[in-house]
Design a protein. Structure first.
Lengths: 157, 131
């Protein structure tokens, strides 16, 4: 596998996340992150494993009943992938990436098309049995706009 | 939307019939800081602006108001939210500030709103992880 192949495969993981969440396929996204530790900038808690990741997204992210999606578009950009040191001629086994995310949302009758959040992903990847996968995802949300129709709260008393 | 959220959190309730519904406004001050106070001269006392956290905060507000009204010098009446006033601003600038959660922080920039959102997500994580 060439460096380009490795980069393509890792990039596909980054972009797959965006497609899955925008499709409302939280289960698929939890599969994608099943071996990853998921954390947020400024907070020490870490979600690990498919069930915790799925629980996190189900309890925080709104899905609309008419189409089952969050009515968002996650755009992943400025992707920089760096491979860990490895022996000459040996397969690359671990890598890290930095990228930007921008979340657009439009909810007919409730929210005009607009960016609702922007930030950075810091991710780690490992290759097991010849396939690259996430081992960690750290989310740094830098800017937030109108998130009331993307996240599930806070509402109530 | 509430029903949708309910089923998201408790999938077993998907077929449950909801027999009673209640709704009410969420009080959101311009600076998102709740407050309690008492003006002895006018006899007017106030407490509110809990921004969704009223279940626990009203208890504190009630005990604080009682001390203020009877003139008891307790540690409650020295808390920073006693007598706090939300800064002024034109009503149009603040219109709709109670409608959604991010708006209250937008006056201080999207970075503050992002911190708030991340903290809220972390709180959900804590609950999820049994913290």
């Amino acid at each position: 596998m060439t460096t380009a192949d490795d980069r393509d495969e890792i990039s596909a993981l980054l972009y797959s996340y965006a497609f899955l969440i925008d499709r409302g396929d939280f289960e698929g996204m939890a599969d994608l992150l099943a071996d990853a530790a998921v954390s947020f900038e400024g907070h020490s808690l870490v979600c690990r494993g498919r069930d915790q990741v799925l629980g996190l997204y189900r309890s925080t992210t709104r899905r609309y009943s008419d189409d089952g999606t969050p009515k968002t578009q996650h755009v992943v950009s400025n992707v920089l992938i760096e491979f860990d040191d490895h022996q000459e001629g040996a397969a690359r086994m671990a890598a890290g990436s930095r990228s930007y995310f921008t979340v657009f949302q439009a909810v007919p009758g409730a929210l005009a098309l607009q960016p609702v959040a922007a930030g950075r992903y810091q991710d780690r990847f490992a290759r097991n049995d010849g396939t690259w996968g996430f081992t960690s995802r750290h989310v740094a949300m830098d800017m937030a706009g109108e998130l009331g129709l993307h996240l599930l709260g806070p509402l109530g008393t | 939307m509430l029903r949708e959220t309910l089923v998201e959190l408790f999938p077993a309730l998907v077929d449950a019939r909801i027999t009673h519904r209640w709704g009410g406004p969420v009080g959101v001050p311009r600076d998102w800081h709740s407050s309690v106070g008492y003006e002895r001269e006018s006899g007017i006392a106030w407490a509110g602006g809990y921004v969704g956290d009223g279940v626990s905060t009203t208890n504190l507000a009630g005990r604080t108001l009682a001390d203020l009204i009877v003139g008891r010098d307790s540690e409650l009446v020295r808390l920073p939210w006693v007598g706090h006033r939300s800064p002024g601003g034109s009503p149009s600038r603040c219109a709709g500030s109670g409608s959604t959660w991010a708006v209250g922080d937008q006056g201080r920039g999207p970075h503050r709103a992002a911190q708030r959102a991340a903290s809220w997500i972390a709180a959900r994580m804590e609950r999820l992880l049994g913290g």
